[in-house]
Design a protein around this ligand. Structure first.
Ligand code: ADP
Length: 176
């Protein structure tokens, strides 16, 4: 796929009828606020059970920061949920850009591995984790452009902004 298949939308990611949506989860993967809470509510209680079944890599950590884990999507209109954990913004000098880039890159890799053709991301780390929206938009777009080329077997990657400010940040980063 080409750069043109990165599509910015404003709305609720739980409504996206794509092959896989990405959840901005936390390391425990047992639900939370923001988009994580919305995804769990819309998917139903089976999602929490599936998350619990993901093995811990150390106490309290099912998915380390910058990594991704898979579950089914249950009652969501998508088929899969890719749970990734973004970095908490601590000023930018603690590896936050690299960790955020890793979230986007690992999700694309998992999509290719699983034969997912349409993938939707929320603005990872841009809620309670406090990542500056413009900088997060730049990291996500640059990482996706690096991860996707004309041979990548994906049809579309959606960047789903909940608010107007994130929508604008992504449009600016894409140069639209
Ligand atoms: P994080 O902990 O990674 O910062 P949050 O869930 O707090 O995650 O916020 C991530 C982004 O998801 C924010 O930009 C927030 O506005 C957005 N968001 C919240 N609910 C939804 C939703 N239903 N669909 C899409 N994006 C959402």
């Amino acid at each position: 796929m080409s750069n043109r298949a990165i599509i910015v939308e404003q709305g609720d990611i739980t409504r996206m009828a794509v092959d896989a949506i990405v959840n901005a989860a936390n390391q425990q993967m047992l639900g939370g606020g923001g988009v994580d809470g919305a995804i769990h509510r819309a998917a139903g209680p089976e999602l929490l059970a599936a998350c619990r079944a993901v093995p811990e890599v150390r106490p309290g950590v099912r998915c380390p920061v910058g990594s991704v884990r898979w579950t089914p999507a249950f009652r969501l209109p998508s088929r899969h949920v890719f749970h990734t954990v973004g970095p908490v913004w601590r000023g930018g000098g603690y590896g936050e850009p690299e960790l955020l880039a890793s979230c986007y890159r690992r999700c694309v890799e998992l999509a290719v591995y699983m034969g997912v053709r349409t993938l939707a991301f929320p603005a990872i780390s841009c809620g309670v984790y406090g990542y500056p929206l413009d900088q997060a938009a730049e990291v996500s777009v640059a990482t996706l452009r690096n991860s996707l080329n004309d041979e990548t077997p994906l049809d579309a990657v959606y960047l789903v902004a909940f608010g107007q400010d994130m929508y604008q940040a992504w449009l600016t980063a894409l140069g639209d």
